[in-house]
Design a protein around this ligand. Structure first.
Ligand SMILES: NC(=O)c1ccc[n+]([C@@H]2O[C@H](COP(=O)([O-])OP(=O)(O)OC[C@H]3O[C@@H](n4cnc5c(N)ncnc54)[C@H](OP(=O)(O)O)[C@@H]3O)[C@@H](O)[C@H]2O)c1
Length: 230
């Protein structure tokens, strides 16, 4: 039986990844910053006959990450799939000239520093064949010209892609894969109601990376199961 730990698993793409992997027989370690939302999400998964545990984890709070690690390592010896999904965008992120300092810090903290610290903390539980999936965005692709919409969000995802490259370089000898992926523009609270894709479509690449993608795709940026430019 394999397991998957998902950050920000209580809603949106994270919850959908949890649901789909759970239906494929994975043990789901659903983490969320809010205990009541996390409990509620796990209740829904359990009603679908999915094995799921809720562990509180705020990816911007080192004490919460440390305590989540203690709880997860008591329950499991290994993490097969670690999905750094938690992410935010703010309405104030409309230009580097106007976005307030606190919002810059919050976005970078959640989308960039969070995945570094969570991956670093859970490294002892990643073993040969484990997979780390960083949910990035093509808004972070420099090759694509980094359109002006949400500049700090874009910068955070460009940084997250670099995090993927660095952990890949560190972990490839251990045969641990580290991927960046873009889910497309997805109808969630973050993506908005006008987005193009359903959560099922948005989660599809993550499911492929978690279950089928060759480990040779490690260190790459993937969308719709294909390598895309950084
Ligand atoms: N939707 C899109 O079009 C799109 C496109 C490209 C990439 N993405 C990426 O996909 C990922 C998931 O986004 P989504 O669209 O599913 O957004 P969403 O529905 O807003 O969900 C975001 C999740 O992240 C959690 N979160 C936020 N800050 C957190 C923190 N400090 N600690 C732990 N969890 C935290 C949220 O928890 P709360 O419920 O407590 O707020 C929520 O569970 C993000 O990384 C996003 O950047 C989304």
């Amino acid at each position: 039986m394999k397991n998957a730990l998902i950050t920000g698993g209580n809603k949106g793409i994270g919850f959908e990844i949890a649901r789909q992997l759970g239906l494929k027989g994975f043990d789901v370690i659903l983490t969320a910053r809010d205990t009541s939302k996390g409990d509620e999400a796990v209740k829904k998964l359990t009603q679908m006959n999915i094995n799921a545990e809720f562990i509180q984890m705020d990816v911007t709070d080192i004490n919460s990450i440390n305590s989540a690690y203690e709880k997860v390592s008591d329950l499991f010896d290994v993490i097969n799939v670690l999905i750094n999904n938690a992410g935010i965008r703010t309405n104030s992120d409309r230009g580097l000239d106007i976005i307030p300092y606190d919002d810059i810090r919050r976005i970078i903290d959640t989308n960039l520093i969070g995945p570094i610290i969570v991956t670093q903390k859970f490294l002892p539980m990643l073993k040969e064949g484990s997979r780390v999936i960083n949910i990035s965005s093509s808004l972070g692709s420099i090759t694509n010209g980094m359109i002006k919409y949400s500049p700090v969000y874009s910068i955070s995802k460009t940084g997250l892609n670099a995090v993927t490259c660095q952990f890949h370089l560190m972990l490839q000898k251990k045969n641990i894969a580290v991927f960046s992926m873009c889910p497309g523009w997805v109808k969630t609270e973050l993506g908005g109601a006008g987005a193009e894709r359903t959560v099922e479509e948005g989660a599809a690449t993550a499911i492929w990376l978690a279950t089928k993608a060759p480990l040779s795709y490690s260190g790459k940026f993937i969308k719709d199961n294909k390598i895309i430019p950084w």
